[in-house]
Ligand binder design. Sequence first.
Ligand SMILES: NC(=O)c1ncn([C@@H]2O[C@H](COP(=O)(O)O)[C@@H](O)[C@H]2O)c1NC=O
Length: 510
Amino acid sequence: MSKRALISVSDKTNIIEFAKGLKERGFEILSTGGTLRSIAEAGINVTPVDEVTGFPEMLDGRVKTLHPMIHGGLLGKRSNQEHLTQMEEHGIVSIDLVAVNLYPFKETVQKMDVSHQDIIENIDIGGPSMLRSAAKNFEDVLVVTDPTDYERVLAAITSATDTYEFRQQLAAKVFRHTASYDTMIANYFLSQTEEQYPESYTVTYEKVQDLRYGENPHQQAAFYKEPIQSRPTLATAKQLHGKELSYNNIQDTNAAIEIVKEFTEPAAVAVKHMNPCGIGIGQSISTAFERAYHADPISIFGGIVACNRPVDVDTAKQLSQIFLEIVVAPSFETQALEILTQKKNIRLLELDVTSDDKQSNRLTTVYGGALIQAYDAKEVSEEDLEVVTNQQPTEQEINDMLFAWKAVKHVKSNAIVLAKDSQTIGVGAGQMNRIGAAEIAIKQAGDKSEGAVLASDAFFPMPDTVEAAAKSGIKAIIQPGGSKRDQDSIDVCNQFGIAMVYTKVRHFKH
Ligand SMILES: NC(=O)c1ncn([C@@H]2O[C@H](COP(=O)(O)O)[C@@H](O)[C@H]2O)c1NC=O
């Protein structure tokens, strides 16, 4: 008895070649509406599924293959005599291969001006049902959902490669595919509600590439992206030059992008190990980069630079003077690109870093679980500041404090940032006590700390940081406030003529 294959595909890529190959291997082909037409037009003999089910396709295609004649043919175990007897009693004939790909839900959701109803209609029901039935019964049914697998499935049919393991691999791919498909649907429905953290949280990612290694050479790693990309992202950035990004490159570039997004004026950010080592803003991107560079000309070596304006010739000349792993910017002027591409080891990424994605949730995995939280999108403006000292800050100090505040938000806690004239001059990151972070930042700033401002990501539990700031010539301090011992810090400020403002917002970053 000839074997039977059921083909029902939305994406008709290579389907004729596949159907031909199956015919050559002695399969009878069953098919649904549009797929059947394509196969028949290619001159291949094909049986409509409604001849098998005894029912017409109905309800606008919502019901075509959802029938015991189909699912019995897929799920019946050939090694189980009872199954075979029942199948015979009901006239159910085995189906030995299923090739199905699904209604384009992902593509539909991403369309501009698409209606809710259109999205709903693009939820495939019959397709996943057949895939799941076939995948459950993989010992007896070959199941293929990815057109790039057609060739190896055809090859397997007539060779020794059609093994249990091979069939199980195909089944595993199917269950990943249907799970991912359902996740996209579930997340679309979730997005239609106010609910943020439902009883189960489903995520799905598509592989961008395998990475040479992870954080260290002995760790394996791969890069994945969200399947629905509704805005320019790191996963879709265009690499214009240089070798493949590494795991650490991706993390650091992400950190640089998150920081540069804070600024509307031309800004450049240099990152090392996910902390900013220099941030500058200015009238032009070249001035901004000059400031970011001079913020810490030592640490920027081997760093990642993100710019929020196109890289021009002036900036490219400066960037080319030092060893940088990556420059990411919305674009590169032609001549700037010529200058930078002369450097073999630099990677250049084109990405609209100004796009706003501050609404999204962020997920971190922990031992045996995950933490999901809203992005820290809190912004502070001049009106939000409360001056708590006798000394009022000058307009320049306010500008520098607001700048330093945007910077300190992105520094690992405990974090202290010193800034002056639109430039960071000292960054103390990731210390176990606040004074430790302050000492690092002050030491790095050196003489520049005279007249500078200091930002602290969280309140001062004691006045030691303010005392250190006073000694180094700091003139204004921005911090959340809210410590039981706030008054001690205010007293030190008053003693040294330092202005202090509260933001009433904390920016821990772990
Ligand atoms: N309703 C059903 O019984 C059903 N059976 C198969 N499909 C899907 O119909 C599509 C193919 O349709 P056509 O052959 O008419 O172009 C495939 O993506 C397949 O997954 C169905 N459609 C949706 O649920």
